[in-house]
Write a protein that binds this ligand. Structure first.
Ligand code: ATP
Ligand code: MG
Ligand code: MG
Length: 406
């Protein structure tokens, strides 16, 4: 079968793609970790130029980016200098200098998502206030300024009580659980004391955690990825299953809450909405990330358009791609540092070698310069025909059966 090019004369309107490339703007990404790295990978397919700003010379995105500016995304002068070199600014981390982003926006710099969104998200307490004001269901929460206040909240919300740091939280660093009132002081100390800015959250008695990635175009139309189940261990994302094995009504509600949450924020890009499913079938919002997210890594292999490609399309103003699954099921396993240093690298590499022998498994290694315990070093995605099959493939990799057989 031979496909012939259309003989029709080609006419280009103003909205069509520029002739030389898919995007004439350089995308500037604040942060050059694994999310920045995977953005660069998606960008290379479409010949979109991505510049990253990260303080670490050999950060994961450095070698794959069009340009890496070494510097802090939390420093005003550096962010301003970086912005001059890019056509659109976006983030792979929300802990950036948002005052400067707001100032730059006023000067006409294009930030996607908007600085207002980053401001709301980067302070978890403000985030909760924002979403509750927008009618999004979430666990009850309250600011705490001293031990007396914390005790009062404990009486109200009961125990276990989740104490969270308002700012700079990731991978559970910023969360502490007080099982009883006696544990309040140690939980507060573990987070660096009240001066860090803390708040308390009522314990969410969830049966599952779900997540939904929602992409939004610059013209505000949105596209929703399949609802996934996320399994956390010690507050860190451990495994993601796509699609989530829950009733369609639950999936529908999860997607609805996620879209509501994203519609309350401004700007283009992908947004990840973390949710709790309670035993009585309620969906509660945990938090939102205004960027690609660990719960969407599976999309690289399992969806028609990965979350990284989708984010780039959204911020540069290209049409969104299809966010549906192209394989019946996928499972993602985070490779976390098990030990510091050499031993940690060796253990991770053993796991990877086993994964390389499993059909349908894809290995991602972030090339982080240092191995640390509980650090996200890479991930493995297995795509397949049923969740049952790929779960047993994953067990084979993790438990090392295949290696032992040899
Ligand atoms: P991330 O790496 O996703 O940004 P984070 O450090 O911001 O994580 P959270 O998402 O707030 O942390 O919490 C991490 C995990 O802790 C959740 O996924 C959930 O398993 C548990 N958790 C958080 N809040 C609550 C709560 N109110 N009740 C019960 N468990 C909770
Ligand atoms: Mg978080
Ligand atoms: Mg989280």
């Amino acid at each position: 079968l031979i496909f012939q090019a259309s003989q029709d004369p080609v006419s280009l309107s103003n909205d069509e793609l520029p002739v030389r490339g898919l995007s004439e703007v350089i995308v500037g990404v604040l942060g050059g970790g694994q999310l920045g790295r995977m953005l660069c990978q998606a960008a290379s397919q479409m010949a979109i130029k991505v510049m990253v700003l990260d303080p670490q010379e050999n950060c994961p995105a450095s070698s794959l980016s069009y340009h890496h500016m070494v510097g802090s995304f939390d420093d005003s002068a550096t962010v301003e200098e970086f912005a001059k070199r890019c056509g659109v600014l976006t983030v792979e981390i929300e802990h950036v200098d948002v005052d400067t982003l707001e100032k730059l926006e006023k000067q006409g710099v294009d930030c996607q998502p908007k600085a207002s969104t980053i401001r709301i998200i980067q302070d978890k307490y403000l985030q909760k206030v924002h979403f509750s004001q927008n009618g999004i269901p979430l666990p009850e929460f309250m600011q705490i300024d001293d031990l007396e206040g914390a005790k009062k909240v404990g009486e109200l919300f009961r125990y276990p009580l989740m104490i969270k740091s308002r700012r700079l939280a990731y991978d559970g660093r910023g969360n502490a659980v007080a099982k009883t009132e006696n544990e309040l002081p140690s939980a507060v100390d573990a987070l660096g004391g009240f001066s860090r800015g803390l708040y308390a959250e009522k314990w969410a008695p969830f049966v599952k955690e779900l997540a939904v990635i929602v992409a939004r175009e610059r013209n505000n139309s949105i596209s929703c990825y399949p609802v996934v189940e996320t399994i956390h261990r010690d507050n860190i994302c451990h495994i993601v299953k796509a699609p989530a094995n829950v009733k369609w009504k639950i999936r529908e509600r999860a997607a609805e809450v996620a879209c509501l949450a994203v519609r309350s924020l401004e700007g283009a890009g992908v947004f990840a909405v973390e949710l709790f499913l309670t035993d009585d079938g309620q969906i509660l919002l945990n938090e939102v990330a205004p960027r690609p997210h660990n719960s969407g890594h599976h999309t690289i292999e399992s969806c028609y358009t990965s979350q990284f490609e989708q984010h780039l399309r959204a911020v540069v103003g290209l049409p969104l791609g299809d966010s549906s699954l192209k394989t019946p099921a996928a499972i993602m396993y985070n490779i976390l540092g098990e030990e510091e240093g050499e031993l940690g690298f060796r253990l991770a590499h053993q796991l990877i070698r086993r994964a390389l022998t499993v059909p349908g498994a894809s290995v991602h290694w972030y090339d982080k310069p240092e191995m640390r315990k509980q650090r996200k070093m890479g991930h493995i995605t297995i795509a397949g025909n049923s969740l049952g099959n790929i779960e047993s493939d994953l067990a084979t990799i993790v438990e090392g059966k295949r290696l032992d057989d040899k």
